[in-house]
Design a protein around this ligand. Sequence first.
Ligand code: NI
Length: 184
Amino acid sequence: MAIRDILIIPEKKLRLKSELVKTIDKPLRALVDDMFATMYEAPGIGLAAIQIGEPLRLITMDVAGKEEPKDPRVFINPEIVWSSDDTSTYEEGCLSIPEYYEEVVRPASIKVKFLDIDGKEQELTAEGLLSTCLQHEIDHLNGVLFIDHISKLKRDMVMKKFKKAAKKSGGDLANDKEPSHHIG
Ligand code: NI
């Protein structure tokens, strides 16, 4: 188990469309372990494999509150099969866009089909933070970032800021540890 580096914008890999997971084998389980270690260390409540440079349709998540016991979840090849018409607004952040938060409007509830770590088909209806987080992470699998859901003006501003920072640090911008509402 290893803590891996999290890719930060404007890293181009974050815009890749991730591939379906074909086999759930030992290397994949090791990757899942790395993702949990990286996600908990960050700390974040969700992580898509592409955020550590692996273009696979694989997500780790734990939306349990600080006082609650850990609730690690793995979503393999997740697919949104239904979204509600009613929406909810949540101030999102992303481990790949450190220290930037903006309100995003998304469907309030969704139904997701996915494989669990044993390769078993599962279906889940999610609402609240779980729904928001799942939509945010599934976006990552399609190369979409939460800033794509905000105004172009705001997006251009944040991209410009991170491009400048990447240039300054030679592309090696360290992750920030502190905020609690980094979604992933
Ligand atoms: Ni994210």
